[in-house]
Design a protein around this ligand. Structure first.
Ligand SMILES: Cc1ncc(COP(=O)(O)O)c(C=O)c1O
Length: 252
């Protein structure tokens, strides 16, 4: 079973990185990739260019029958899984358009533009291995902060204040706490993810984003980190609230 959510972007990486695939289209590579699977799930909200929906595909009639029956119980009719016709139509169109080589190259080109051309050596950017985002290394950015001062969350907040562009921390806040000890898990990476929606922004938006990262980077020694003021029981990265620390003191 394939999680095909980002399969189109990955097919383009294959075209650019794997010997023998240079002259193949994204659609041809994707077809070969899928031929090795028995089916897939796909969240339409990424490569398929829509804001809602997804689908399940199976090459086995019996499993298809069973899955279709489950869908009727939990989601809606087996033909639409609870999705509105309009949304299904948009996703069908999105699937076709997402396979256009020009589209996918423009998409990945825009992410690459933010990464290499704009920030490159001027901020600690993680070497890019994904198609949808550029990651900042918060530890390299703010080496004076302890993990308990939530460096990635702090960097994401500083950038939000600086230019209004929202970014997502992926670090100690996301990994949560050890159930038994209640202590924070301390992940190896403390990152900020600049995820770029498809077909929404121009290079001017990338320029603004990059300039803000470089400005925040220039002031990084002023960063004092954050303290947690509210933490929900589950998935704290979605609802937790923080305040700026006024001095460099580790939060708990
Ligand atoms: C590879 C992959 N699969 C599945 C999902 C889940 O998508 P959804 O939030 O639409 O369920 C995501 C979300 O980012 C994803 O990146």
């Amino acid at each position: 079973m394939l999680d095909a959510t980002r399969a189109v972007e990955n097919a383009d990486f294959i075209a650019r990185r794997e010997a023998g695939y240079e002259s193949r289209t994204v659609a041809q590579i994707l077809k070969e990739f899928c031929s090795h699977t028995d089916g897939c799930t796909m969240s339409g909200k990424k490569d398929a260019l829509v804001t809602i929906g997804g689908w399940l595909a199976l090459n086995d009639e019996d499993r298809y029958e069973k899955a279709g029956n489950f869908v009727v119980v939990y989601e809606g009719l087996h033909t639409c899984g609870g999705m509105a016709d309009r949304d299904m139509e948009a996703m069908a169109r999105g699937i076709v358009e997402s396979l256009a080589d020009e589209h996918i190259r423009a998409r990945l080109g825009q992410v690459g533009y933010l990464d290499h051309k704009r920030m490159g050596a001027r901020a600690p950017v993680v070497r890019r291995i994904v198609g949808h985002a550029v990651y900042l290394d918060a530890r390299a950015f703010e080496p004076h902060l302890d993990p308990g001062q939530f460096p990635a969350q702090s960097l994401a907040a500083d950038r939000r204040v600086d230019c209004g562009v929202r970014a997502m921390q992926r670090g100690i806040v996301s990994t949560g706490r050890d159930r038994k000890s209640g202590q924070h898990h301390r992940p190896a990476l403390e990152l900020v993810r600049l995820t770029i929606p498809r077909r929404i922004y121009t290079h001017a938006h990338m320029d603004l984003t990059a300039e803000s990262v470089i400005d925040v980077c220039a002031r990084r020694s002023d960063a004092r980190g954050l303290k947690r003021v509210y933490e929900p029981r589950y998935l704290r990265f979605l609802q937790a609230r923080f305040e700026r620390l006024s001095t460099v003191a580790s939060a708990r």
